[in-house]
Design a protein around this ligand. Structure first.
Ligand code: PTJ
Length: 250
């Protein structure tokens, strides 16, 4: 149980709670120190968008659910921020679509990999992969180290809270990429097949809910939902939303 210094009646309780969660993640050796600043960047965009799930995010969630159900071998990539913020949800998603959780860290640390492995196991994760000697070309960080039975084989990689290089490299390899990223300007947001511009703590439960509903649909129905989706147009909607909101507030 995470101790939070904030009172539930405090107007910024949730924001303080997630900060406490990530600080605890650092103390547990799961989240990197850099993960705290990455969270701060996310918070900024969340603040600009009013800290709620917007309609453009809901559209992406529907497309993402369709693609996850249509793909042959999806893999969920996890890092030190995502497991702390949404560990239970990530385990649930991997069970729902029957796919592995692959630990893939930007800031290299074998110790952190092992701790994240145990953390996910304790949450009920069963199909958890670690990087082996397999590498992806075109990535100049520790993210190049992947699992030959995970990302190497995958036709779709779900990479929430990602830095830019891997998205591009995976797309070059012919794989589809889904991300969750509060920053609609990031390289990942712009290169991914589907970008959910929302906070992972809100978007993941919604994605699980939509997948559960969409499991009744035929492949043709899922495909037609996917065909009507355009990531670039949706990112433009996110930017226009921020512009409009700021104009109204100003
Ligand atoms: O555990 P590691 O070593 O793999 O490191 C994980 C981080 C997240 C530190 C690493 O992947 C990283 O440095 O990522 P970036 O390049 O900072 O990108 C993370 C993106 O996620 C940024 O565009 C943030 O705005 C966004 N982001 C941060 N927090 C959230 C978020 N998006 C959705 N929900 C959040 N809670």
């Amino acid at each position: 149980m995470i101790k939070t210094s904030s009172d539930p009646k405090h107007p910024r309780f949730l924001s303080n709670f997630y900060r406490d969660l990530l600080s605890e993640g650092v103390r547990k050796g799961i989240t990197s120190l850099q993960g705290l600043t990455a969270h701060g960047r996310g918070e900024t965009f969340d603040y600009l968008m009013g800290e709620k799930t917007c309609s453009f995010a809901r559209v992406s969630i529907q497309a993402a659910a369709s693609l996850l159900l249509l793909s042959k071998f999806p893999v969920i990539s996890v890092n030190g921020n995502t497991v702390i913020l949404s560990g239970k949800g990530l385990v649930k998603l991997s069970q729902l679509i029957n796919c592995p959780l692959e630990i893939n860290l930007y800031h290299a640390s074998k110790l952190r990999e092992r701790k994240i492995f145990t953390y996910l196991q304790n949450l009920g994760g069963m199909n958890i992969l670690l990087p082996d000697k397999t590498k992806i070309k075109g990535i100049y960080s520790n993210r190049k180290m992947i699992s030959k039975s995970g990302q190497k084989m995958a036709d779709l990689v779900f990479i929430p809270l990602e830095d830019g290089d891997r998205t591009r490299a995976l797309i070059h390899l012919g794989k589809k990429v889904i991300t969750i990223d509060l920053n609609p300007l990031s390289r990942t947001a712009n290169d991914a097949t589907i970008t959910i511009v929302d906070n992972i703590v809100r978007a993941l439960p919604l994605l699980i809910q939509v997948i559960t509903q969409f499991r009744q649909l035929s492949r043709n129905e899922l495909q037609s939902k996917l065909n009507s989706y355009d990531n670039k147009k949706n990112l433009a909607r996110a930017l226009r939303f921020i512009r409009k909101r700021l104009a109204e507030l100003a």
